[in-house]
Structure formats: C-alpha cells, structure tokens
Design a protein around this ligand. Sequence first.
Ligand code: HEC
Ligand code: HEC
Length: 283
Amino acid sequence: MRYLICAVLVALSSACMAIVVAGQQAQTGGQEGVQQLDYRNMSPEQRAAATRAFLGLGSVPNKVAAGRGAPLYVKNCAFCHGRTARGATGPSLITSDQVLADDHGEHLAPFLKKGIPEKGMPAFAGMSDQQLTDIAELLHLQVEDVANRGAYQVVNILVGNPAKGKAYVEDHCMSCHTAGTFDHIATRFHSPEQLQRNWVWPARGAEMTADVNTSSGAISGRVIQVSDFRIALVDSSGRAHAVDRGPNVIVKIHDPLAAHQEMVMTLANGDMHNVTAYLETLK
Ligand code: HEC
Ligand code: HEC
C-alpha cells in the first residue's frame, strides 16, 4: 500500500521519504542485532539508491547521454513539453507512462520515431536511435530530479573550472547579455542543478509570436502551438487561428529565446560545467 501511495504521489517524494523513514523504522525497530536502516544515517549515495528502489524508478540514468540529449531536447521538444519537461502545450513528461515504462530508450525511441501525429505529437523519424536514446536518458534524469530528492547530493555537477567558465561567459555570452543578467544569479536558485537548468533552458518569459502569410491573407499573433505541419496562433483581437503548413504558407516565427537556444546547441559538456561552476560563485 505504501508503494501505491508513493507511486501516485511521486512528485511529493519528500512526503514519501517521511513515510519511508517511518516504515523502515517500524520494520527494523525491535530486531536486536539487525543493523538499523535509518535514512538519516545513510550517505547521500545510499539514500538515493534506497529511494530509487523504493519508488521503482528503474535503472540509473546515464548522465553523459543525458548531457548529449539536453540540446536535442531543447531544439525538438521543449516548445511543446516545457523546458524542464513539466508540460506546456504538450503534456508533462515527468508523469508520463511512456517515460516511466522505459529504461534506456528501448521503448521511447520507437515511440518517438512514430509519434502520434493525429494528436499533435510529431514523428521524429529523422532522428537516429542514438539521439532518441540520449533524449530518453535526459527525460529519466528529469524524472529523477523530481522524484528522487536523495539524488541531488549525488549528482555533483560542480565539476567544472570556474575560471574557465568566466572566460567562456566573457567570450560567448556578453554579445547578448550584460553583467546584470548574471549579478548574484546563484542566489536565485536552491541548487547548482537548478541554476544549470535555468541558464541552459531559461523559463519562457517573453512570448513567441509569428507572422503567417497564406494565399487568403496574413495573420499575426501569439503562437500557441507549432509543428512542421501546423501552427496555431491567437491574434490581437483574441481570435484563434490554426493553419496547415503547406508550400504556399510562409511562417515567420519571432522567438526571443531562439538566439539563446542556438547558443545552447554550440555548448560542449565541458563548457556547460565550467559555466555552471562560475555562475555558482556569483552569490
Ligand atoms: C508540436 C508539439 C510537440 C512536440 C514538438 C513534441 N511533442 Fe511530445 N507530445 C505532444 C502532444 C500534444 C502529446 C500528447 C499526445 C496525446 O494526446 O496522446 C505528446 C506526447 C508525448 C509523449 C507521451 C506522453 C504520454 O505518456 O502520454 C512523449 C513521451 C513525448 N510526447 C515526448 C516528446 C519528445 C521526447 C519530443 C522531442 C523529441 C516531443 N515529444 C516533441 C506534442 C509535442
Ligand atoms: C545570441 C544571443 C545570446 C547568447 C549568445 C546567450 N544568450 Fe542567454 N539569453 C538570450 C535571450 C534573448 C534571452 C531571453 C531574455 C529574456 O527573455 O528576457 C536569454 C536568457 C538567458 C538567461 C535567463 C535570464 C533571466 O533573467 O531569466 C540566462 C541565465 C542566460 N540567458 C544565460 C546565458 C549564458 C550563460 C550564456 C553564455 C554561455 C548565454 N546566455 C548566451 C540570448 C543569448
């Protein structure tokens, strides 16, 4: 029963942890000579492993593959599923059965190749198995971040070199940003992981707009959904339009974050770690 409750409340894993601790103590209490299994006395690694087993999270996500998957996710999935996969116009992938049923892409890769085009989930037939598997690993890591708080201490992403990170920021970021973007940036986040997620995938503040020209006229407005096949927008009078994208339809999208996304595509893993290590010093 505990398992059931926790499976349902995966996102409330701290509450589950409390139940786990209480349950473990009830089980081990009174057994003389048996080593007490108390989460408070565990190393972060032991705690993460115990929580993983308890929540049925499956195998440990491959962080290197997830790192390769991050820019692919940003480019291909983030617009619909949100930058942290918690949902936007598409559903949250953190609570997705398709994701939870998968271990290392063996289920997700074939699913992503086909998509569900009739329901607005595009087919990614052009992506390689390796790319789709990397995206799958990234999604597992995201689930892990939400579900397994114990893992936060294990995933030490502060492995970069702050001096190199500073140099990278000066060379690659200041063409678009001012020092003000980074002032005390580390104080805005609870953990280096959160800091990294937010500078790699800033939350969408400014809205994406588009101009659409069709043979029957032009429409401009705020984009609510876009794929290779269709675009939906709301114009300034609040009217919604959905347009199938054909050869005679010209779509011009204005995405304030596009420049930043392009920058993300050029990031090597080492640069990412160095920049995070540097930004983490800006308290
Ligand atoms: C144009 C918007 C769009 C894009 C881009 C997109 N998706 Fe989706 N996705 C959707 C929608 C809408 C659904 C829900 C379909 C349905 O109703 O079953 C969905 C469903 C899913 C599901 C199944 C969720 C579940 O359990 O029901 C997964 C997994 C998924 N998408 C992953 C991805 C990944 C990974 C990418 C990038 C490679 C991606 N999607 C790109 C719109 C999108
Ligand atoms: C080509 C232009 C460009 C480059 C290069 C670029 N960014 Fe950005 N970045 C943007 C834009 C545009 C935004 C969105 C600003 C907004 O919505 O106000 C943004 C947003 C951000 C945000 C969120 C700001 C906030 O206040 O929430 C952070 C953090 C950030 N970028 C960090 C970086 C770092 C670090 C680099 C270098 C490794 C970088 N950016 C390189 C264009 C760029």
